[in-house]
Design a protein around this ligand. Structure first.
Ligand SMILES: *Cc1c(COP(=O)(O)O)cnc(C)c1O
Length: 391
C-alpha cells in the first residue's frame, strides 16, 4: 500500500464508521448565542462554563499595554510582570505556594508528567483520563498502567504489586466526557500509603467547583477539603471556565522550580502573550465573589430537573458536563443533527474519544444560559430522542 492509498483508506474507514470529524465555523465571539456557518445557534457544547470567553474589555486594554507577542520563551526574555502576577494570583486562588504558566493544558500535562517520571518509573492512570495525560505517560517512557474508571479498589490492588522505581498516580479531576468527579480523597490516601505522587488535571473543575460553603472556583482540592500536601501536583487550564487560553501547574515552590528546570514544553516554547496573561488575571478576579458559580449551579440543577421529568437518561454528573448516552454512533449523529436543525448546538461525541458503544450527546451548561434556553434544549431533546428500536 503506497502513502496515498494508506491515507485515503484511513479516511474512508472513518466515514464508513460514522466517525468522521470536521469543524463548523462560527463568525463571531464564543458564547451562548453564536452564528454557525451563518445560522444562529444556541450553544450547548462549549467549555466556556462561566460565559467569559466573549469578554473583550480586559484584552483590549491589555493589548494596549503589551502588544501582541511575548517574543521568546519564558527563560529567554518572554516572561513579564503580567505573567508573574497571574502566576501569583493562580497560586493563591487554588491554595498553593507557587504556580507556573504553560501555553496550553496539553503542554502542561505532557511537560509535567515527562519531567516527573522517567524510564524505570511507573504511572497509574484512570482509564478515562484525558488524551494529553496518556500522551505525557508515553512521552515519559515510564511503565504505564491504566486502572478502571474511578475504581480505587482496582488501583489499590495494582499498587500492591512490587514497585518499579518512583510511582505517579494521575487522574482527571472532573472527567471531560462524563462530567463525573474523581475521588481525590481516596486517591490521596492511596498515594500516601504507597509513597506515590498524586497529580490531578482539573481542567473542568478549576473555576467551577470549590470550597463547599464559599465556592469561588478554587477547584477540586478545595472542594474535597484536602491540603496542598495531600494533592501536591495540581493542573488547571485557562481555556475553559476562565474563558481564555493557557494553563498552569500549581504546587510547592520546589516542584515549580523543578518544572522550570526539566519540563521541556515549558522551556522550549514561546511564552503565552503577556496581554492574554493580563486579561486572564482580570477574568480570575471575576471568580472571587462566587456569583458566576452560583448561577452555573442553578442552571445545572434546572437542567437536571427538567431532563429527569422528560425521562431523558441522565447520569450522576453534578458538573456542567451533562452527557446523554445513546450508544450507537449513527443514532447519536442523527439526534445531534435534528437538534442543529432546531437551532441547538450539542456535540455528538463518538469513539475513539469515548469507548465503543457509548456514543453520546455531550451537553455543557454555562452560567450565561437563561432558564428559557435550558427549557428549549430539553423540549427539543424530548422531541428528537431516538426511539429504542433505532439505537
Ligand atoms: C481541555 C483539556 C486539556 C487540554 O487543555 P488545553 O488548554 O485546551 O490544551 C487537558 N485536560 C483535560 C481534562 C481537558 O479537558
Amino acid at each position: 500500500m503506497n502513502w496515498n492509498q494508506r491515507i485515503s483508506t484511513a479516511l474512508q474507514q472513518r466515514k464508513q464508521q460514522h466517525l468522521w470529524r470536521g469543524h463548523a465555523c462560527i463568525d463571531g465571539p464564543q458564547g451562548v448565542h453564536v452564528q454557525r456557518d451563518g445560522q444562529p445557534m444556541l450553544n450547548f457544547c462549549a467549555n466556556d462554563y462561566l460565559g467569559l470567553a466573549g469578554r473583550h474589555q480586559a484584552l483590549q486594554s491589555a493589548a494596549a499595554n503589551w502588544g501582541l507577542g511575548s517574543g521568546a520563551s519564558h527563560l529567554v526574555c518572554g516572561h513579564s510582570v503580567a505573567h508573574q502576577q497571574l502566576e501569583e494570583a493562580l497560586a493563591q486562588h487554588t491554595g498553593y505556594e507557587k504556580a507556573l504558566l504553560f501555553s496550553t493544558g496539553y503542554m502542561a500535562n505532557i511537560g509535567t508528567i515527562a519531567a516527573l517520571v522517567n524510564r524505570g518509573d511507573e504511572i497509574f492512570q484512570d482509564k478515562l483520563n484525558h488524551a494529553s495525560l496518556l500522551d505525557g505517560g508515553i512521552l515519559s517512557r515510564a511503565r504505564m498502567t491504566r486502572y478502571q474508571h474511578n475504581n480505587t479498589e482496582h488501583l489499590a490492588s495494582l499498587l500492591q504489586n512490587p514497585a518499579h522505581g518512583h510511582r505517579l498516580i494521575v487522574s482527571d479531576g472532573v472527567f471531560s466526557m462524563d462530567g463525573d468527579t474523581a475521588d481525590i480523597t481516596q486517591l490521596s490516601a492511596l498515594a500516601t500509603e504507597y509513597q506515590a505522587l498524586l497529580m490531578v488535571d482539573d481542567a473542568h473543575g478549576f473555576g467551577v467547583i470549590g470550597e463547599p460553603h464559599n465556592n469561588s472556583g478554587q477547584g477540586i482540592r478545595a472542594a474535597a477539603g484536602l491540603t496542598s500536601h495531600q494533592l501536591p501536583v495540581y493542573i488547571g487550564t485557562l481555556g475553559k471556565a476562565l474563558g481564555g487560553f493557557g494553563a498552569f501547574v500549581a504546587g510547592s515552590a520546589e516542584l515549580i522550580d523543578y518544572l522550570v528546570q526539566f519540563a521541556r514544553p515549558y522551556i522550549y516554547t514561546t511564552a503565552l502573550p503577556a496581554a492574554v496573561a493580563e486579561a486572564m488575571l482580570d477574568n480570575l478576579q471575576l471568580l472571587s465573589n462566587g456569583q458566576l458559580q452560583r448561577q452555573l449551579t442553578n442552571n445545572i440543577q434546572y437542567f437536571r430537573q427538567l431532563a429527569s421529568t422528560a425521562q431523558l437518561p441522565l447520569t450522576d454528573s453534578v458538573t456542567p458536563i451533562q452527557p446523554l448516552i445513546i450508544g450507537d454512533n449513527q443514532a447519536t449523529l442523527t439526534c445531534s443533527q435534528a437538534l442543529a436543525e432546531a437551532g441547538l448546538w450539542v456535540g455528538a461525541i463518538r469513539p475513539p474519544t469515548v469507548a465503543k458503544g457509548s456514543a453520546r450527546l455531550r451537553i455543557t451548561l454555562s452560567a450565561a444560559h437563561s432558564e428559557g434556553d435550558i427549557r428549549r434544549l430539553v423540549d427539543t431533546l424530548a422531541r428528537h430522542w431516538p426511539a429504542k428500536e433505532a439505537v
